[in-house]
Design a binder for this molecule. Structure first.
Ligand code: PHE
Ligand code: FE
Length: 276
C-alpha cells in the first residue's frame, strides 16, 4: 500500500501503529489541496450538515488555512471531550483501531490526496479523516458513542461478529443522516467530505432513507465503490448512543443462528422498515 508520502516512508511506526505528523514537512501544494477541499465542502454544507458538525469545524478552527497541525488542534479537542487525533501511515488492523477509539484517540492518515484525485480516493486521507470525522468528536454524546464503539469492537471481534458491527459504523459514523423537526441533515464523515455525495445523500431518488433500527442496520450490506443506495436516519445522537448501550450479546446470538443480510438496495421480502 503506497500513498506516495516520503514523510511516512521514512518512519518506523510505533507498536500502536502511530507515526509523527512532522507538519512542517507538508508542501505548499499539499496545503493548497486542503484549502481547495475545505472551501468546496464548506460552501455546500450549511443547511445540509447537522449544526453540531458546523460548530465543530469552528471550535477546532479547521479552516484557518492549510492542513491542520495536530499540535494546534489536539489541545482544543482534548479540552472539549478528551479526544485526540493520532497519525497513522495507512489503514490499521481492526484490533489496533478499536484500541485507539476505546482510549479516545482517533487514528488519521497523514497523507493528503493529489490535486487530480479530489473526488476519488482508494483509502482515507487526512482530509476525510480530520475534516470528516473530527468535528463530530467535539460533541460529547458523539464522542461517547465513538469510544463505546471501540470497546464494542473489541468484544465483537472476540465473538466473531465484526462484519455486523462494522455495518453499524458504516451506516452511522461514515454515512449517517439525522432528521430533527422534519429537517434532514448529514452527520456521516464519508458524506460531509464528499462533494458528490453531499447533495446526493439528501435528495437523490436513487437512494432510500430508512429510520434507524439497530438490528436492521447490522443486517444490511453496503457498497464501498459508489454512492450508497441506502441511508439510515437517526432522530438524535442520544437515540444513537441509547440504542447502542444495550448488551449486544442477544443480538449476536441471533446472528450466530441466522446471519441473513439485506442486499445493498435492501429490497428483501417482508421488509417493514420505515421510509423517511
Ligand atoms: N453495547 C455494545 C455491546 O454490548 C457495545 C457498543 C456500543 C457497540 C456502542 C457499538 C457502539 O457489545
Ligand atoms: Fe472514515
Amino acid at each position: 500500500m503506497s500513498v506516495n508520502d516520503p514523510v511516512i516512508d521514512e518512519q518506523t511506526p510505533a507498536a500502536d501503529y502511530t507515526i509523527e505528523q512532522r507538519w512542517e514537512r507538508y508542501t505548499d501544494d499539499e496545503h493548497a489541496v486542503w484549502d481547495t477541499l475545505y472551501r468546496r465542502q464548506t460552501e455546500m454544507l450549511p443547511g445540509r450538515a447537522v449544526e453540531e458538525f458546523m460548530l465543530g469545524l469552528d471550535k477546532l478552527d479547521l479552516g484557518s488555512g492549510g492542513i491542520p497541525d495536530l499540535r494546534v488542534i489536539n489541545p482544543k479537542l482534548e479540552a472539549l471531550t478528551g479526544w485526540s487525533v493520532v497519525m497513522v501511515p495507512h489503514l490499521v488492523p481492526d484490533d489496533v483501531f478499536f484500541d485507539h477509539l476505546a482510549n479516545r484517540r482517533f487514528p488519521a492518515g497523514r497523507f493528503i490526496r493529489k490535486p487530480d484525485q479530489l473526488d476519488y480516493l482508494e483509502e482515507p486521507d487526512i482530509f476525510h479523516d480530520i475534516f470528516g470525522h473530527v468535528p463530530m468528536l467535539t460533541l460529547p454524546t458523539f464522542a461517547d458513542y465513538m469510544q463505546a464503539y471501540g470497546r464494542g469492537g473489541q468484544r465483537a471481534q472476540s465473538l466473531g461478529r465484526l462484519k455486523e458491527l462494522a455495518r453499524l459504523y458504516w451506516y452511522t459514523v461514515e454515512f449517517g443522516l439525522i432528521e430533527q423537526a422534519g429537517d434532514l441533515r448529514i452527520y456521516g464523515a464519508g458524506i460531509v467530505s464528499s462533494a458528490g455525495e453531499t447533495p446526493y445523500s439528501l435528495t437523490s431518488d436513487k437512494a432510500r432513507r430508512l429510520r434507524f433500527d439497530l438490528e436492521r442496520v447490522m443486517r444490511t450490506e453496503y457498497r464501498i465503490d459508489d454512492f450508497q443506495r441506502l441511508y439510515f436516519v437517526i432522530d438524535s445522537f442520544e437515540q444513537l448512543l441509547g440504542a447502542t448501550q444495550q448488551d449486544f450479546g442477544p443480538i449476536y446470538e441471533r446472528f450466530a443462528r441466522d446471519a441473513t443480510a439485506y442486499g445493498i438496495e435492501a429490497e428483501a421480502e417482508g421488509d417493514v422498515s420505515v421510509e423517511v
